[in-house]
Design a binder for this molecule. Structure first.
Ligand SMILES: [Zn+2]
Length: 328
């Protein structure tokens, strides 16, 4: 597709509201200001990589990573110079912040290839959504891959909150030294587990009190209730509302807010999963529910999706093998 055609499509598909929001976003970020400069200076954007090509490129990169033969593309000073003025990543990867899941390594990608958004549990809120919209609309990315991972500590914290008897909190008597267990094959002692376990111990819920709790009730109740498609009428569980172990004001961290964002996925996983696989089922549901959120909460992304200009997919990364599995 020629650049002029692409621009025409973008103009047609983007809603006025979304464009206004992105304009405001553009004016407020240095990265976008620099992109705007490049645009006004006549730097042509790279052609959009078709979504199917983008996903094949990710698959090929992951295959090289899995067998330990990465090509480490686009890592030279020449490449650095080429993309210094503007960027045109072919894919957006939304992944967990977990130190063992770096998208550029997992997909054997280089400078300027991936636009990466990372939060614990790959939680997407309005802020992350804006970053994704920006990369699709302004940078031309044609694929959003939301990638959860095996034994995710953030998801595990939410599972444990819902199921303390079935999955007792690990390491309660030893709040330190968990970090030394990372990478040594202890399934439950990843970085998130450490942090969230402490949240359990300290009792976190009321720290977020009315502010977070109300925001989540208002903002996400509908989309999650509908989004999981199970027709349940009750509100999702919230940290501050239930487990007394989470009680007591401890306004020193925000982990309860993170758990709140993941609880709907855990609840959906509980309704459909075999008990023994609850954590892994929740990991899968969490990635897919973030995909659903992108589609349902972003008219812009939905328009690109409908037009075929964009693909949005969920995936699960296997910590043991390094393989990325696309989820259906
Ligand atoms: Zn994780």
């Amino acid at each position: 597709m020629k650049h002029s055609q692409r621009d025409a499509v973008l103009r047609t598909l983007s809603s006025v509201t979304a464009r206004a929001a992105l304009t405001a976003f553009a004016l407020s970020t240095a990265a976008t200001v620099s992109a705007a400069r490049a645009s006004t200076a006549g730097v042509a954007p790279a052609p959009i990589v078709p979504p199917d090509v983008a996903i094949e490129r990710l698959k090929a990169g992951n295959a090289r990573f899995v067998v330990g033969k990465p090509s480490r593309p686009n890592a030279t000073p020449k490449r650095r110079a080429e993309i210094a003025a503007s960027q045109h990543p072919f894919a957006i990867v939304v992944s967990c912040s977990d130190s063992r899941v770096p998208p550029e390594m997992v997909f054997d990608a280089g400078l300027g290839d991936l636009f990466v958004v990372r939060t614990a549990g790959e939680v997407v809120t309005a802020v992350e959504m804006a970053s994704i919209e920006y990369a699709v609309d302004h940078l031309g990315a044609s694929l959003v891959l939301v990638m959860g991972h095996e034994r995710c500590g953030a998801v595990k914290a939410a599972v444990e909150y819902r199921n303390p008897p079935a999955l007792p909190l690990p390491g309660a008597p030893k709040p330190v030294a968990d970090s030394h267990d990372d990478g040594h094959g202890k399934a439950h002692d990843d970085g998130h587990g450490d942090g969230h376990g402490k949240a359990h111990d300290d009792g976190h819920g009321k720290a977020h009190g009315d502010g977070h709790g109300k925001a989540h009730d208002d903002g996400h109740g509908d989309s999650h209730g509908d989004g999981h498609g199970d027709g349940h009428a009750s509100k999702p569980t919230r940290v501050r509302e239930t487990n007394p172990d989470f009680g007591g004001p401890k306004p020193r961290d925000h982990i309860g807010a993170l758990i709140n964002e993941i609880l709907p996925a855990v609840e959906a996983a509980e309704r459909r999963s075999r008990r023994g696989d609850l954590l892994d089922e929740a990991v899968r549901v969490q990635a897919k529910s973030m995909v659903r959120r992108l589609v349902e909460d972003s008219p812009m992304l939905k328009a690109f999706l409908v037009s075929g200009r964009l693909r949005i997919a969920a995936a699960r990364y296997d910590l043991d093998t390094g393989e990325v599995e696309l989820l259906r």
